[in-house]
Write a protein that binds this ligand. Structure first.
Ligand SMILES: NC(=O)c1ccc[n+]([C@@H]2O[C@H](COP(=O)([O-])OP(=O)(O)OC[C@H]3O[C@@H](n4cnc5c(N)ncnc54)[C@H](O)[C@@H]3O)[C@@H](O)[C@H]2O)c1
Length: 425
């Protein structure tokens, strides 16, 4: 087998297949062999083999797969709340574990994962990394370079506005993400990308935090509701109506799979069960004093983000507007297309303004997915990890900020200390 190492995939959903299984089978065969796939739903395993055009051995029991296949590495792309158990089992079995973000959905799971990672520390093969692909963003890369060059002096203040539009944002209210117990809410499921990137750019640990937010447009706020779009009587008047089943092949795959586990992809965004926030604001401070204002809205009129870094000598400002037309949804996007793209501005207090060129990225998530895959799978297995391959200790910090924000919200916007959540047990 030479330099080729055996991988198994846990979770055969859209991310597992599109980001990992497909590319491993096609582009990374020099160092990687995808040996087996695991999913709780056998219909999804069947569908995965159908979509990939493979006959991979499929398992509905994770332990049996580990025992029979004895892989070198496990890739975890199951639902967020289930990552922890597979990460811990993989580490205990002495495997490299590569998990999708978020590492897990709360501080309790984070503490357990950290304790397990510590217990197996003596085995250099048992390491966990999280695929925080936003670290690989072309603009983030340029921002990191500008900060390191000292061009804005000492960083003092950060402002991060995350806009999820009514196509993409609404999708989190249709699927499993809509319940906090599955996803930790958008403060963990989605904002873990952003908190991780801020930790990476600021290069410090988060400290004091306070949050405000709520569910203000979706869920109980809707004027009418049904179980799902497919069976809805209100489609003509609902801006969130979606037909996920236009394609006959997709219809067959989804409907068979959902019979087995009841997982709907077109659940009603106005379901009263929904308990995650659709807008949240978080104020927090890093240990060395950098202050952050973070805000997320999940029904924005365009998709993208604005990240502003203010230093003692200048300001770095990133504006991104993203195209979400790839998603199945009504075309409710309110005219963002003329502004699509990214712009990075540097304002210096004495040297004036300049625009910093952002290289064109090709592939998923603005080119970050292919770069991440190269670091993980395009090099010999024992290559030195890069600083963009987030180790478990760093991934924990992204979850902790989200957890602390959830805790602050639950306590009526009480001020909390992020690192305290590492200690509680
Ligand atoms: N980095 C990114 O940009 C990015 C983008 C999308 C998704 N993700 C992450 O990837 C993961 C998968 O997301 P997705 O959109 O593919 O979801 P999905 O719903 O399409 O797939 C999830 C899969 O997990 C399986 N599953 C659920 N519970 C399980 C359990 N207990 N045991 C085994 N299998 C189980 C489901 O059957 C399903 O096949 C999530 O953690 C998500 O946060 C990351």
């Amino acid at each position: 087998m030479g330099e080729r190492k055996k991988y198994v995939l846990a979770g055969t959903g859209s991310r597992g297949l599109g980001m990992f299984a497909g590319p491993l089978l096609k582009d990374f065969t020099k160092y990687c062999e995808l040996a087996a796939i695991f999913d709780a739903n056998p219909e999804r395993i069947k569908a995965a083999n159908g979509l990939l055009g493979t006959n991979l051995k499929g398992y509905t029991d994770f332990d049996t797969m580990l025992k029979e296949v004895d892989p070198d590495a496990v890739i975890v792309t199951t639902r967020d709340d289930t990552h922890a158990q597979f990460i811990e089992k993989g580490l205990r079995a002495g495997k490299r574990v590569i998990s999708e973000k978020p590492l897990c959905v709360n501080a309790e799971q984070a503490r357990r994962i950290l304790a397990t990672a510590k217990q197996v520390r003596k085995n250099p093969k048992a390491r966990c990394f999280v695929t925080h692909n936003m670290r690989y963003g072309m603009a983030v890369n340029e921002m990191k370079k500008v900060l390191a060059s000292g061009a804005i002096g000492d960083l003092k203040h950060v402002q991060f506005q995350e806009n999820l539009d009514r196509r993409h944002g609404a999708d989190y209210f249709r699927r499993w993400h809509r319940l906090k117990r599955n996803s930790g809410g958008l403060l963990i499921h989605k904002a873990s990308h952003h908190f991780d990137v801020l930790n990476y750019l600021v290069d410090d640990l988060p400290d004091e935090l306070v949050a405000q937010g709520g569910l203000t447009l979706y869920g109980k706020n809707g004027p009418f509701r049904a179980k799902r779009c497919l069976e809805c009587k209100h489609t003509s008047k609902c801006e969130f109506y979606v037909d996920m089943f236009q394609n006959e092949r997709v219809r067959k795959l989804y409907r068979e799979a959902e019979k087995a586990d009841g997982y709907l992809r077109d659940g009603c965004v106005f379901d009263k069960e929904i308990d995650i926030e659709d807008q949240v604001g978080v104020l927090y401070t890093y240990q060395k004093g950098v202050k952050v204002v973070y805000n997320l809205v999940a029904f924005a009129s365009y998709e993208g983000w604005v990240i502003q870094l203010e230093g003692t000598d200048g300001r770095l400002e990133l504006h991104e507007v993203h195209d979400t037309s790839w998603l199945s949804a009504n075309p409710t996007n309110q005219g963002a297309s003329p502004n699509l793209g990214k712009r990075l501005h540097l304002y210096h207090k004495s040297k004036g303004y300049k625009e910093i060129a952002i290289p064109e990225g090709k592939g998923g998530h603005g080119g970050s997915d292919p770069q991440l895959r190269y670091d993980f799978f395009g090099r010999p297995f024992d290559s030195k990890p890069t600083d963009r391959m987030a180790p478990v200790e760093e991934a924990v910090q992204a979850v902790l900020i989200g957890h602390a924000a959830n805790a602050s919200l639950a306590r009526g916007s009480k001020v909390v200390h992020v690192q305290d959540f590492l200690k509680r047990g």
